[in-house]
Design a protein around this ligand. Sequence first.
Ligand SMILES: Cc1cc2nc3c(=O)[nH]c(=O)nc-3n(C[C@H](O)[C@H](O)[C@H](O)COP(=O)(O)OP(=O)(O)OC[C@H]3O[C@@H](n4cnc5c(N)ncnc54)[C@H](O)[C@@H]3O)c2cc1C
Length: 470
Amino acid sequence: MRPASTETVVTNDHHNLQTKQSTSLPSSSSSDRVIIAGAGPTGLFLAYKLAKSGIKVDLVERLPDISDAPRAAGYYGATLLALKDAGLLHLAAQRGYLTRAVGWRTAVQDDGHGNKTWGRLLCNIPFDQGSQERPEMGMLLLPQPKLCELLKEQIHVLNGMQPGSVKFHFHSELSNVHDDGHGVAVSVRNPQTGIERELRGILFVGADGAKSKARQLLGIKLQGHTWPERMIAADVLLRNVDVPPLTQLHFIVHPVHFAMVIPLERPVEGETTLWRFSMATDPMDNSTEEELLREENLARLFENYMVGPRPPQYKVVSKTVYRLHQRLANTMAIGRCALVGDAAHLNNPVGALGLSTGILDCDALATAIEMILHEGGPLSLLSTYSDARRQVFQSFVSPTSTANKLRLQQEPVAADDDWLIRKMQNPTLETLHDFIKPYITVWRTDMRALVAEQAARDEPILKANLSEAF
Ligand SMILES: Cc1cc2nc3c(=O)[nH]c(=O)nc-3n(C[C@H](O)[C@H](O)[C@H](O)COP(=O)(O)OP(=O)(O)OC[C@H]3O[C@@H](n4cnc5c(N)ncnc54)[C@H](O)[C@@H]3O)c2cc1C
């Protein structure tokens, strides 16, 4: 028997974070709780959705608090609808901003007076200003840490109304999951003290990111490939000059150093604001990460993307190197356990399909869990969820993000002949609606409609599943 020990458990009941001492080991949650590993954006969004529908959650996170690592920033199409349905869109829009257009263009060029101006515009996709009635027509820019902060705050609000809805367990690294057929036993370890304890729940969700321990413990493989080039992401404070009236997000077409240049705050001419430069490295470049992130290397790359007088004045506030993948878990659910977000799939960042797909996983999984726990639905709804979301990744997210990357990674003259670029050179309203349609109809999974459709088709699998009442 393991000795009892003192463990610090951080909960956020009653609105504020509290630290309490627990001497029991194993400490256990009541068995009607859903345990989520990972308090990144997907873990937080799922916890919020479940708590909102009255399902209690234990959220375990290995870090001392939610991460402030700068990563994804753009949300559009069905993701905005999912945020709207969760009652979060107006709050998210207050903290971010709705962009006017994304443009594909060549690298910056000399203006003949020693300054650089934006490169040739190949095409624009104008977004509506994303009215509340048609949010799917807009694009929201909100850095990932700000979204996480908002979700955490809103969970605290729910905890204020229904104490204990979501218990945060920081400093708690997932170390084991055991599904005994009646519930799940989840072991977590404090990375600082090494102390382990156990939580019991009814279902388990791995939302613990690309290197998911949950995925490993469940024996799930992540199949696919890794692209040869790496990406440098640098967040830079920059004085805004030459801000185009329409195009705010710039996709720089280049056969090697393709890039995305994105203002993380609304860019106002003359003001200094934060920008994200996501810049591809040469696949033949074997430099270490440290070498890639050296000041002189960044300055050399920025020459391709920064407009205005030379030398450009800027301050790098964060920088990182990451690899690009197209990978999918061979299942997103086993028994009482499911995966969401990066734990389940990875795609290259061109077109902002990564985090958004994770948010849409949570949107579907929250409904499946609600149907199981509140409406007597079968446990096999988790498999229905897995099949549906894997299909969305295979048929839409992965091919679309692959095409997005390859469209950016070519000579501009070749890009001129690309069907999307030609279509968007003079887009009509109908062209824009056709473009956004799959991002609304295909990307999101309506679990209730899917189950009703399967039942209507009288599928033998569903009939068998329904007979194993949960
Ligand atoms: C540099 C960079 C730039 C990116 N840019 C874009 C972009 O422009 N557009 C886009 O769409 N996507 C982008 N992405 C991807 C995007 O950030 C991810 O899709 C998103 O973070 C996925 O969210 P998640 O909640 O699934 O996982 P994560 O954000 O990785 O969160 C996982 C959480 O689980 C915790 N955790 C991990 N292991 C354990 C464990 N064993 N026990 C407990 N907790 C654990 C982690 O600490 C973390 O808090 C980028 C990623 C990187 C790295």
